[in-house]
Design a protein. Structure first.
Ligand code: ADP
Length: 607
């Protein structure tokens, strides 16, 4: 029953998994090129070490011949006779060890540098992509490509070059030695050995598949635990501890069973292969002994033969493992390379800029239609028109999901409209330099703000990387944040984010405001928090915002209505376009959609 289950899983996965992207050799070449010299040296050393490995069985044979002769004749000086071949062998061991050390050092250097380059290039390429790309790809999978896939590719790369080269050289070389030593025994080996190695490879690949399935099962169990622990408040709030435990226990038991099966498989495999290997030795000695007794072979030859055939065995086994590694390396490499050559549709730089003193800060949305690339059938904006006059505050209100935040995203050029134009001072923003628009013209305050895991100082400076400390402090003062920041023992150096102090919602918002103000932007976009603050925090934040909006073109995406009553113009959105516009009082007296919204929100507030 369990097996059927496992098969179902694999089937399901084959269907849902993305098609494996193509492996692009020219991209690999770009990464390897800078390390080519070290790589060639590594290859030469690895080849040399393999060649020496081929000599070792022959030399061991010489040694054994000396011993055998001494045993037979009991004459001559044993020590002086054995000294020559022994020293030669010792020298060979030494050089072989040095070469091995050398090529492993070089190869890990090449591997690490190639991997580091890949990481940096991939990260740069990911950061360059459009917002739409991140809508379509899960962050976890992207991070996986940076970590697990590159790791896998690196180990495969190193293994294929070192082991592959060695194993192939040794197999070929030792086979030649075998043939030179005894064509008859070699004939026998040629029949038996590949059969055994083939059988071993088959069982091995089956076991690896089991192991992969078991690992996936472990990952699934971990996922359950991760989700439960990550959302522990929700789990507790619904008293779901028991059920989460059951879910986890089920997955863990399944993975336990799979790992036990795997363990059993490995045990049988080990046992069988021990028997097989020992039988080969026994068989060789038996057949070789027959040849020795008929004087067709010396004892030293038998020794050489034994050692050389062991080397062939080991090499063939590692070649069979390498096949799997090649497949895995290529598919993880392909996943890494997939996004390297991906060009964003919205280029981050290039295009014109308007000199600061002549920038007015007027924005026009003209006849904009838009659907999100991930939901092409669903038109969010339909021939949307709106003008943001310079230095005025415009608020957009409307039902949740009506497309308000989308308007802000289009202004930031997170997406380009399907049709229509967004204009800044009468110029199509697609002709303007995006880095300049985002970096200097528009300040974006998302009021459910994200702080990075660094100091408050660095978080505010995120808005303008070359800002001086004085500029940071002045922005913090404008944002009503200076007082609470200086009340921390470490002041501006207080660490925030994941591993730092926990700030209240209002404090985070004020830092986000400071972060936007430090750019001194001509246009400010406020995407209002959907969750309410307590009255006192709201007052401080509102005060900061009132100050921040002075002298700027401001677009407020209002998810609540209480904060925008002072706006110069309130636009009500419905069905992807603006249906009403006016001041608070005008709209109220009109008794349209806006007054409905107000009534509804009041009623909800009273509940
Ligand atoms: P509002 O700000 O008025 O609440 P939004 O602009 O956030 O509305 O969303 C408008 C519509 O677009 C909603 O139906 C929402 O589900 C959809 N939407 C928002 N963001 C995305 C996205 N990144 N990808 C696909 N659809 C989205």
């Amino acid at each position: 029953h369990c097996e059927a289950d496992v098969n179902n899983n694999t089937l399901g996965e084959v269907i849902t998994k993305d098609p494996v992207p193509e492996f692009k050799w020219h991209i690999l070449w770009e990464f390897v090129k800078p390390q080519l010299f070290a790589l060639i040296c590594a290859v030469v050393l690895a080849f040399g070490s393999a060649m020496l490995n081929i000599q070792i069985p022959l030399m061991l044979g010489d040694l054994v011949n000396v011993v055998a002769r001494y045993l037979r004749e009991h004459s001559g000086n044993y020590v002086s006779e054995i000294k020559g071949p022994a020293m030669k062998l010792l020298g060979l061991y030494g050089i072989q060890g040095l070469l091995t050390t050398g090529y492993i050092i070089l190869l890990s250097k090449v591997g690490e540098r190639v991997a580091a380059d890949m990481r940096k290039t991939l990260f740069a390429s990911l950061l360059r992509q459009d917002v739409a790309f991140f809508d379509a790809n899960k962050t976890g999978q992207l991070v996986n490509r940076l970590t697990a896939d590159i790791q896998e590719f690196k180990s495969s790369f190193k293994l294929i070059i070192s082991q592959g080269l060695r194993s192939i050289t040794q197999t070929v070389g030792c086979f030649v030695s075998l043939y030179v030593i005894s064509p008859k025994l070699t004939g026998l080996t040629v029949v038996v050995l590949p059969c055994l190695v083939g059988a071993g490879a088959l069982i091995g690949s089956f076991l690896r598949k089991l192991s992969r399935l078991a690992q996936e099962q472990v990952a699934k169990a971990t996922g359950v635990a991760d989700e439960a622990l990550g959302n522990v408040r929700t789990v507790k709030a619904f008293a779901m501890e028991e059920r989460e435990l059951q879910l986890y226990a089920y997955e863990v038991d399944k993975s336990c069973e799979m790992n036990e099966n795997l363990g059993g498989g490995i045990a049988v495999f080990q046992g069988l292969s021990n028997v097989a290997l020992n039988c080969i030795v026994l068989g060789t000695i038996f057949a070789g002994g027959t040849l020795i007794s008929s004087n067709e072979m010396s004892p030293g030859d038998l020794m050489s033969f034994l050692v050389a055939s062991q080397t062939v065995q080991r090499s063939l086994a590692s070649i069979s493992i390498l096949f799997g590694q090649v497949v895995r390396g290529i598919s993880s490499g392909a996943r890494v390379f997939e996004y390297l050559s991906l060009q964003p549709t919205i280029p981050l730089s290039g295009g014109g800029r308007i000199p600061y003193h002549s920038l007015i800060g007027r924005v026009d949305f003209m006849n904009i239609s838009f659907s999100y690339p991930t939901r092409p059938g669903h038109e969010v904006l339909k021939k949307f028109n709106l003008t943001l006059p310079p230095c005025k505050t415009i608020a957009i209100v409307g039902e949740s999901g009506g497309g308000k935040s989308t308007v802000a995203s289009l202004l930031e050029r997170f997406y380009d409209p399907t049709s229509g134009v967004v204009m800044l001072d009468g110029l199509d923003i697609r002709t303007l330099d995006l880095a300049w628009i985002r970096g200097q013209v528009i300040g974006f305050i998302n009021q459910e703000p994200v702080l990075f895991g660094s100091s408050i100082l660095e978080n505010i400076r995120f808005g303008k990387p070359d800002a001086t400390d004085a500029e940071v402090i002045s922005a913090a003062k404008q944002a009503n944040a200076h007082r609470f920041i200086t009340s921390f023992p470490d002041g501006y150096n207080t660490m925030v984010g994941e591993r730092g102090v926990t700030l209240s919602g209002g404090q985070k918002q004020r830092i986000a405001i400071a972060r936007a103000l430090i750019k001194n932007p001509s246009i400010l976009v406020l995407d209002e928090a959907t969750s309410a603050l307590d009255a006192e925090s709201e007052r401080v934040v509102q005060e900061a915002l009132d100050r921040a909006t002075k002298g700027r073109t401001v677009l407020i995406i209002a998810h609540r209505l209480s904060t925008i009553q002072g706006a110069d113009l309130i636009c009500v959105m419905s069905n992807g376009r603006i249906v009403e516009a006016g001041t608070h009082l005008e709209l109220l007296s009109k008794g349209g959609l806006y007054s409905d919204l107000i009534c509804r929100q009041r009623a909800e507030g009273q509940k």
